[in-house]
Design a binder for this molecule. Structure first.
Ligand code: ZN
Ligand code: ZN
Ligand code: FE
Length: 757
């Protein structure tokens, strides 16, 4: 039979055509293959059974980096008279420009060659092939061709060129292909930047084993590394980096090494070893163990993902701290010169190389939840793969929020969320943000025709969107923060229509000008309504209360009419009480994150924080997982809004603490109360609206104590629960929601002028 086969998806630059070539040979077929703007197009001819098997194997055996959306087959009449099989080169215009694959961890074949003394790339730290290696972080512009990557500095030697041109070779058209003869090289610098002679990797290993801290150049930026088991080295790293308490991620030599520290489920193991090689948050074997790495119950673990990492760990280093090399929340350092200039006094040595990183990309951070990925930070290994949204309009730009900045752009049918960018409050991060938007526009050939931003006028992402909209005369849509979270979780799950959304986060500007963050909404991409919230909490001193969470504990206690005599002492207490009673410098917030901070303080766990969200982290870490008790959840109605009144709960917390009930019990009962309150509100809303689907989004849902209880309880109440699996529940994931809301307003709503796509 003769058939035409249409393959849609990401099939370019991932070794798809050689794969097809092998399949065709296996089944003795004839015909041709050609790239199209949507994927690839083929014609094949052969026995009916052979053609059938060929088509099945396209999806079943596709190369690891390919993303096959669909394979459509149509039988053609007559014979094609192909006389063999050929690859038809397509004109550049026809190729979809969205073919850039993410950076990918070393594959099993390359790993074997790396450790094989007979291989010509034995111990060569830049070994790669069509199935693995750097991609997104080395690309300067499209098309994806060596000339447009930072590998252009390294002309191929004849051996590499031969592999590159041979369709039977694993390195056929592998743009970063190289070897010790022609490729980049590593070198080691001492603390003051002097180049050391001798084997760079062995020198670095020696330093690490001697308890030193070294800077290691990775795929998307620099890491600071030291032995994870060396408490003195780790605390020295904290001291030098001024990172007092934030958890450190580690790199384990193997899954077996990881299992000595953490519990690793089957799904988690699969994610650890996958070519994406994210940091996976794993539960510690012992609750208080490895406290010098992380103060909560989990540790972020990744496996070596570059050949350089494999060689660095060798056969004897089991576990290294691998933390991003950056200073006080600025973007990750990615240039050699920058590393030497800025990490002086922090790193005792530098393991660097001469292949330039073009684009910063942090390590991705994932959890596994209900058998699926639950992203906390979506970056290396994931970006720039699109989220496929059938029918999505192209030419849209959503600018995200501020603290966990990201943006999202669209081409028809595809949304491209950016990598993790960081906190935009910082001038350097803003520069990186603007630079990345421009880079994505070039890479994917997108010219925005409409822009979305947050409702908050002070976010730098909003200022950016306003400025562009003005300068380029394109429409601007301001999207309410929690509506964007709701839409993000809907888009993440491919939902259309209307649903409920429980959106709990730190803060976002509401349509009434107050700070929201404990919201129950109903909504769709085209609108939303606020159904429920939580009783507002005064934040004495505004931003100061985010750090000094005792202020929030005191504020909650005063608001609840509890006796505050026993709960706070110190020179500032009187002044803060006065602020509260006079309501001076006390903005109101219905943010769930702030209620967590207040509870953390009142439970006696912690009174001041060194990073945002620490109160919730410590409360979760402290909570006893076997405690079923809870406090009373009361509600009242205000302006048609169902409001969770936490005041009785706060009174209970204070009296239990005074009577000596353990912090672990109080922490658990607090969260159990929130779960019950959420279920009651959601049930009532479902009855009223006849909506039975509910999405959970917002940064508070990074709390696994809640995640392990709330969805089950909501399902038991008859609701269909949707959580994130492709973008983060925190503000980083919100740009995807803004994008869908923007589409609903300006494209589906009818305004289609300036359309370019
Ligand atoms: Zn490989
Ligand atoms: Zn070579
Ligand atoms: Fe948020």
């Amino acid at each position: 039979m003769r058939a035409s086969v249409e393959v849609r998806g990401i099939v370019q630059g991932v070794g798809f055509r050689p794969f097809i070539h092998r399949l065709v040979e296996r089944h003795g077929l004839e015909g041709w293959v050609r790239n199209t703007s949507e994927g690839a197009e083929l014609e094949v001819e052969g026995g009916r059974a052979a053609v059938g098997a060929f088509v099945r194997e396209i999806s079943a055996e596709a190369p690891p980096l390919a993303l096959i959306e669909s394979v459509e087959v149509a039988e053609l009449p007559g014979s094609g008279g192909y006389g063999g099989f050929r690859i038809i080169e397509s004109g550049r215009g026809e190729e979809m420009r969205t073919l850039v694959s993410p950076d990918t961890g070393i594959c099993a074949d390359c790993l074997r060659e790396l450790l094989d003394p007979a291989d010509r790339r034995y111990r060569y730290p830049f070994i790669n092939c069509t199935n693995c290696g750097p991609r997104f972080t080395i690309i300067k512009s499209v098309p994806y061709d060596r000339a447009y990557t930072s590998m252009s500095d390294f002309p191929m030697c004849p051996d590499c060129a031969r592999e590159f041109a041979d369709i039977r070779d694993r390195r056929y058209h592998a743009q970063p292909d190289c070897c010790p003869e022609c490729g980049p090289e590593v070198f080691f610098l001492d603390a003051v930047g002097r180049r050391m002679t001798g084997d760079a990797i062995e020198t670095a290993r020696g330093c690490l084993k001697a308890g030193k801290i070294i800077c290691v150049k990775g795929l998307g930026g620099m890491h600071l590394a030291c032995l994870a088991g060396d408490e003195a080295a780790c605390s020295e790293l904290r001291r030098r980096k001024q990172r007092d308490e934030k958890p450190f991620a580690v790199m384990c030599r193997s899954v077996e090494c990881a299992k000595r520290i953490c519990r690793v489920t089957e799904v988690e193991e699969r994610l650890l070893v996958s070519h994406k090689k994210p940091i996976v948050l794993l539960e510690k074997l012992g609750r208080g163990a490895w406290a010098h790495l992380s103060e909560n119950n989990s540790i972020g673990v990744m496996l070596p993902y570059t050949p350089l990492h494999v060689l660095l760990m060798g056969g004897d280093i089991d576990c290294l701290v691998m933390t991003s090399a950056n200073l006080s929340d600025t973007p990750i350092i990615y240039k050699n010169s920058e590393a030497i200039d800025r990490l002086g006094g922090i790193a005792d040595g530098f393991l660097l190389h001469n292949r330039e990183i073009v684009t910063r990309c942090d390590d991705s951070l994932m959890r596994v939840f209900e058998g699926r990925e639950y992203p906390l930070r979506r970056s290396r290994g994931y970006v720039p793969y699109p989220v496929i949204v059938p029918g999505l309009a192209g030419g849209l730009l959503a600018c995200g929020a501020e603290q966990k900045a990201s943006f999202c752009m669209s081409k028809p049918g595809h949304a491209f969320p950016s990598q993790h960018i960081g906190d935009l409050k910082n001038a350097e991060t803003l520069e990186a943000y603007e630079g990345q938007i421009a880079h994505f526009e070039r890479l994917f050939d997108i010219k925005p025709r409409a822009i979305a931003c947050d409702l908050h006028p002070d976010y730098l992402s909003t200022a950016y969107a306003e400025e562009r909209s003005e300068r380029e005369g394109i429409s601007l849509l301001r999207v309410q923060h929690h509506h964007a979270h709701l839409a993000a979780c809907m888009a993440d799950n491919g939902l259309e229509g209307e649903c409920l959304g429980l959106i709990w986060d730190g803060v976002g500007l509401g349509t009434d000008g107050t700070a929201w963050g404990g919201e129950l909404l109903r909504g769709s991409y085209s609108g939303f309504e606020r159904l429920g919230s939580i009783h507002p909490l005064l934040l004495p001193g505004g931003d100061a209360a985010v750090k000094d969470i005792w202020r929030l504990g005191l504020s909650a206690a005063v608001e609840s009419g509890a006796d505050t005599g026993e709960i706070a002492a110190g020179p500032e207490v009187g002044a803060v009480k006065l602020m509260i009673s006079k309501r001076v410098s006390c903005p109101e917030s219905s943010g769930m994150g702030r209620l967590f901070d207040a509870a953390c303080s009142l439970a006696g766990i912690r009174q001041s924080c060194t990073y945002e969200g620490q109160g919730a982290v410590l409360l979760e870490a402290a909570a006893s997982v076997d405690e079923d008790g809870e406090y009373e959840a009361r509600f009242y109605v205000r302006d048609g809004l169902e409001v969770f009144d936490w005041r009785p709960m706060v009174r209970d917390i204070i009296s239990e603490r005074c009577s000596g009930i353990a912090k672990s019990v109080v922490a658990a009962r607090f969260m159990n109360t929130l779960v019950s309150a959420a279920v009651k509100m959601a049930e009532k809303a479902a009855d009223m609206t006849h909506l039975h689907r509910i999405v959970l989004s917002g940064g508070v849902f990074q709390n696994m104590y809640l995640m392990n209880r709330l969805p089950g309880r909501l399902r038991a109440a008859g609701l269909e629960v949707f959580t994130h699996s492709r973008v983060s529940a925190n503000d980083e994931g919100l740009s995807l929601g803004q994008l869908r809301i923007l589409e609903a307003k300006y494209v589906l709503g009818g305004a289609t002028e300036n359309c370019r796509d």
